[in-house]
Design a protein around this ligand. Structure first.
Ligand code: ZN
Length: 330
């Protein structure tokens, strides 16, 4: 408890400090360009930067502002150039990537990337190959936001507290989903009584609509975009049995390769969840570049097959975000 509080306080003190110092010194000291590499991970882009539904969206306006700043002060490169060391060794080299395959990536992010001639890599699921209308986390976020009453999942009642659903032990439904396999997650789709209310309302579409097959092909055809793999239905592969996980990876790879008519060599593990056995399996089937969020195992640091990524923080300001990119932490 004290450690958590201490961490929170130091985070805010650091954030304010960085903001004040960068206001006076600009990019001369804390935010000066320096040698390094960063894979910066975005998710959704909307019109207004709504953060009460989830913490994965920023507005198109802010996205453009961030790219302006990063392009002015650092070296933006494609993910493949970053990995093959086609970088400037004296500068901070940043690759822009997106997870989850939202339609808004094509509608709102791509035109900005094309205008600025910045390359982005988009990791998509095989949700179109499943019976699910949307990714489980988006369903849970939207349904939790709009629903008020208690719900029951796997025989356990969840109450809404501070916008999230929690079981009697205080564990959030989202964390339960992250630590349980697909059989558990699947039940969430039918636990809320209101899916028809929001799935038919256009205003919510931006927060859950995934790219169709045709849109994935269109995105991949842009000179400023590459599409790569993000699992089958965004399962937490590290909590599946190994047999289940390899079946899902293999199915998703086949789906995307058939769709794009080319070999897929990059996978971003959904929710950053993987095992060391999966790192080995993926490299054996040709997924030679793998992406985590944070490394989960000490040996990952020296394993050139897997790379960590810094998730963009929609709740912070530009100077702190730039500091986080330069220092690989918030
Ligand atoms: Zn994801």
């Amino acid at each position: 408890m004290i450690t958590t509080l201490h961490k929170k306080i130091s985070y805010h003190v650091r954030r304010i400090g960085i903001d004040v110092i960068s206001r006076f010194l600009g990019n001369n000291w804390l935010l000066r360009d320096r040698p390094g590499k960063c894979i910066l991970l975005y998710h959704g882009i909307d019109y207004v930067g709504q953060t009460d539904i989830n913490g994965r969206f920023i507005s198109a306006q802010l996205f453009e502002k961030q790219l302006d700043f990063l392009q002015t002060h650092y070296n933006l490169v494609s993910l493949s150039d970053l990995l093959s060391n086609k970088t400037d060794q004296n500068r901070m080299n940043i690759a822009i990537v997106f997870d989850d395959g939202y339609r808004n990536n094509l509608q709102l992010a791509l035109p900005i990337l094309e205008k600025k001639q910045i390359h982005g890599t988009f990791f998509v699921t095989a949700i179109n190959d499943t019976q699910q209308p949307m990714l489980w986390a988006d369903y849970l976020d939207l349904a939790s936001n709009l629903n008020t009453g208690n719900i029951v999942v796997a025989g356990v009642t969840y109450n809404k507290k501070n916008g999230t659903y929690q079981n009697p032990d205080g564990v959030s439904l989202k964390n339960m989903c992250k630590t349980h396999n697909w059989a558990f997650k699947k039940q969430v789709y039918s636990a809320f009584p209101i899916i028809k209310d929001f799935i038919n309302e256009e205003k919510w579409e931006i927060y859950w609509k995934n790219l169709s097959d045709e849109e994935i092909i269109k995105l991949d055809k842009s000179d400023y975009a590459s599409v790569e793999l993000h699992g089958y239905y965004h399962e937490n592969l590290g909590v599946c049995t190994h047999e289940e996980a390899i079946k899902l990876i293999s199915k998703s790879k086949t789906y995307l390769e058939n769709l794009l008519e080319r070999e897929i060599k990059n996978i971003a593990y959904p929710d950053g969840s993987y095992t060391r056995e999966l790192v080995q399996y993926c490299s054996e089937i040709g997924l030679k570049n793998q992406y985590a969020v944070d490394y989960l195992f000490p040996e990952d640091v020296n394993d050139s097959r897997i790379h960590s990524r810094l998730t963009l923080n929609p709740f912070t300001n530009l100077s702190h975000q730039a500091w986080a990119i330069l220092n690989n932490k918030y």
